[in-house]
Design a protein around this ligand. Sequence first.
Ligand code: PRP
Length: 212
Amino acid sequence: MRERLRIALTKGRLLEQSAELLERVGLNCGPIRSPGRRLVHALPNYPLDAVLAKAPDVITYVEHGVCDLGIVGRDTILEKGGTFYEVLDLELGVCRFALAVKEGSDFYGSYRTRRVASKYPCLTRAYFAQKGMDVDVIQIEGSVELAPILGLADAIVDIVETGATLKANGLIPIETVETVSARLIVNTASMKLYKDLILDFIERCEKGVEQA
Ligand code: PRP
């Protein structure tokens, strides 16, 4: 039995917003705001150790129970799946998955099999399967906007936050696939083992969301 919980936080844009939420309900997040190269940080005024990880790894650590809790985008949850409780929409990092094409191109205008590039191949396949449309999905690791520009794909499925990246690259969104935001996830065994600690943390997060 541990006396402290361990949470995996997604590095990058979500980290600052996660720290803001936790600070609103009294947790001192100083150590994760200036983490340096260190990856594990004990919060000084709450029984919580924070681990900083890449989004898919947040899910891996929570699934394996080495972290009790995690904060991760719904986009990663949809793509990777896994066994854990998704307990709360933290309403952080709100953005959408959009299908986008080169300005002026007609994605649905021909019968040949379309090629769609994405960092999220599973989600993209599921989206077109549900439409009953056969597409070739090409997995790209980043800067997916390049794929239609270079002629590799007819369209992309990607995260759109402000729309600036699409615009700067001559692409336009034509459909919203899904709206996404960050979620609080909990390991299934930890939920039983550390129920009181976890419920206190969830309540604080709920308050943090209300106070936003
Ligand atoms: C994400 C996404 C878009 C961009 C959207 O990329 O894949 O490229 O942000 O943001 P915007 O609508 O506000 O312009 P990210 O910065 O995570 O980098 P990546 O493309 O290399 O993965």
